[in-house]
Design a protein around this ligand. Structure first.
Ligand code: C5P
Length: 215
């Protein structure tokens, strides 16, 4: 079957960056699964859907009209690549992600990304739920303080000023929500390799994943 490398981990652990660099090196496709939850959240915002209303959010998830053209993402024809990265949308995403019917609605859409020659998928449940048969599973960790600092730097490079203390608080709240939800909680998949990137550079993490892949 078509190979998949899954990279799961908490928010701002660098999953997306690592996934796209590993995919580039292997010549494989990528799946940014968090983007699907962010798109669902943004769609709810734009349509005035209450994110507590599971049936309506499910409907929004089922009817997402999106196109991925990395690094651009379009919804209803609009380039929403920046809009979905807003903290507000990320927070809403983690709320809609707690709804079982929403996760179910996005399941097949995610599996459809598994196209030859291979896929690197990043998220929270890539190894546990979406691609449980993946031949290589990574669980990427980093200390919360390190993640908050990385995010702060990323934002300031984009000219957005951010408060480290509130970033850290947001990130901890989101971690807590992702870990404690009953449906598809954030836990390492069976057989996952735990990689702590707190003291590693991006290149070191990429090399580690590629080493694990080539055995
Ligand atoms: O990874 P990212 O921060 O873009 O994900 C946004 C939110 O979507 C996360 O906080 C998480 O709650 C949710 N998510 C998820 N399962 C995934 C990917 C993301 O529940 N596979």
């Amino acid at each position: 079957s078509i190979p998949v490398i899954t990279i799961d981990g908490p928010t701002a652990s660098g999953k997306g960056t690592i996934a796209s660099l590993v995919a580039q090196r292997l010549g494989w496709h990528t799946l940014d699964s968090g983007a699907l939850y962010r798109l669902t959240a943004l769609s709810c915002l734009r349509r005035g859907v209450d994110v507590q209303d599971e049936a309506q959010v499910q409907h929004a998830a089922q009817n997402l009209n999106v196109r991925f053209d990395y690094p651009h993402i379009y919804m209803d024809g609009d380039d929403v690549s920046d809009a979905i990265r807003q903290e507000e949308v990320g927070n809403l995403a983690s709320q809609v992600a707690a709804l079982p019917l929403v996760r179910e609605a996005l399941l097949q859409r995610q599996r459809d990304f598994r196209v030859a020659p291979g896929l690197v998928g990043d998220g929270r449940d890539m190894g546990t739920v979406v691609f449980p048969d993946a031949p290589l599973k990574i669980f990427l960790l980093a200390d919360a303080e390190v993640r908050a600092q990385r995010r702060c730097k990323q934002l300031s490079e984009k000219g957005i000023s951010a408060n480290l203390t509130s970033l850290l608080a947001d990130l901890r709240a989101r971690d807590e929500r992702d870990r404690s939800r009953t449906h598809a909680p954030l836990v390492p998949a069976q057989g996952a390799h735990i990689v702590d990137s707190s003291q590693l550079s991006i290149q070191e993490v990429v090399n580690k994943v590629l080493d694990l892949w080539s055995g």
